[in-house]
Design a binder for this molecule. Structure first.
Ligand code: KG4
Ligand code: ZN
Length: 334
């Protein structure tokens, strides 16, 4: 019946649990989002998030087990995100996962949240050919990674300031559009003119690092000076600049490193324009293009169970004194 892994994810504002067989066959994937709780504050309030995780953790795990039709005895291991993320939030998941592993007599697998995002692609495409260029874009990170083998990541570049999702969220907050900004701007952009304003593409021509803080400032300044320009046009023009710079670099990396594929990962990978352009570029370049389902791009536990299955094979179980680490880095080489 293969290896069934219970995955647990609580690094930010989603309480999630999933059961996945052999790193790709998703039996259940339960996500309890706290978006409504945090929306009134315009962003995630860490203490509020921790309390909501405490309330939702066990019901979400129970639902994932029942929905997956799985008994605790069927599990090969319990895998959980140990970082990076909000420390109070992480600790809820890690404590729950270690307790369950201990009482059920199962191995405990420590999962890096960023690696989990990368494994969202393998849920649907377990035999994806490597090396692949993966653009990991979330609320906290923007990284261009060359995945050369399982667990082998060459870091080509990352953001020097704001993450791509953070830029979406900050621009949306400035325009008074609500939280989280990504999905709202994505939707508005569909009705706007992406060429209405030519916002700057910082560092588009040099290297693989990114910078989004100047773009955010330039949107704010433009709106201040031109209050009559429609929000939909600002949204579309801002989005065009973000996607343009992300994919200009990703495409250059595909060429330079002779990659077999181009993939997206992380919450911003749910973006309509980024998804469509990624597939267009990959096709034009004759490489495999892959965009995980939207539900697998934003935080979920199926990706944690998938990454956990691979980590179990390479590293084995984590010790029971494994803690949470809010600033855990993706294990990369230059
Ligand atoms: O990966 P994720 O769920 O959480 C982190 O680990 O950060 O990413 C959340 C981020 C937020 O900044 C949100 O605005 C952004 O992903 N996001 C989007 C879209 N959906 C979510 N950004 C652009 N377009 C979207 N459709
Ligand atoms: Zn995430």
């Amino acid at each position: 019946m293969g290896d069934l892994i219970l995955g647990i994810e609580t690094s930010c504002d989603e309480t999630a649990a999933a059961v996945v067989r052999d790193g790709h066959d998703v039996l259940s994937n339960v996500v309890s989002s706290q978006i409504d709780i945090h929306a009134r504050y315009g962003g995630v309030v860490p203490e509020v998030a921790s309390r909501a995780h405490v309330e939702m953790m066990m019901p979400v795990v129970a639902e994932a087990m029942v929905e997956g039709g799985v008994d605790k005895d069927d599990l090969a291991a319990v895998a959980c995100t140990v970082g990076p993320g909000l420390i109070g939030s992480l600790l809820i998941g890690v404590s729950a996962a270690k307790s369950l592993a201990l009482v059920w007599g199962k191995p405990f697998i420590a999962v890096n949240h960023l690696e989990a995002h990368l494994y969202a692609s393998f849920l649907e495409k377990p035999d994806m050919e490597l090396p692949a260029v993966i653009l990991l874009v979330s609320g906290g990170h923007t990284m261009l990674v060359l995945m050369e083998g399982h667990g082998q990541y060459r870091l080509l570049g990352q953001t020097l300031d704001d993450a791509a999702g953070e830029a979406y969220d900050k621009v949306a907050r400035y325009l008074g559009l609500g939280y989280p900004g990504g999905p709202i701007i994505d939707k508005m952009a569909a009705d706007g003119d992406p060429e209405a304003v030519r916002f700057p593409r910082a560092m588009a021509k040099d290297g693989y690092d990114f910078s989004f803080s100047g773009l955010k400032t330039s949107v704010v300044n433009y709106v201040r000076k031109n209050p009559d320009v429609a929000d939909v046009d600002i949204a579309a023009s801002f989005q065009e600049a973000v996607v343009d710079v992300l994919l200009t670099k990703a495409q250059r990396a595909v060429h330079e490193f002779d990659a077999k594929g181009l993939c997206l990962a992380g919450g911003v990978a749910a973006n309509s324009l980024l998804r469509a352009r990624t597939l267009e570029l990959a096709e034009a370049d004759g490489v495999a293009g892959f965009v995980p389902a939207r539900s697998m791009c934003t935080d979920n536990a199926a990706m944690v169970a998938a990454a956990g299955w691979w980590r179990m094979a390479s590293d084995g179980p984590a010790p029971m004194d494994q803690g949470a680490n809010s600033s855990l880095a993706l294990p990369t080489y230059a």
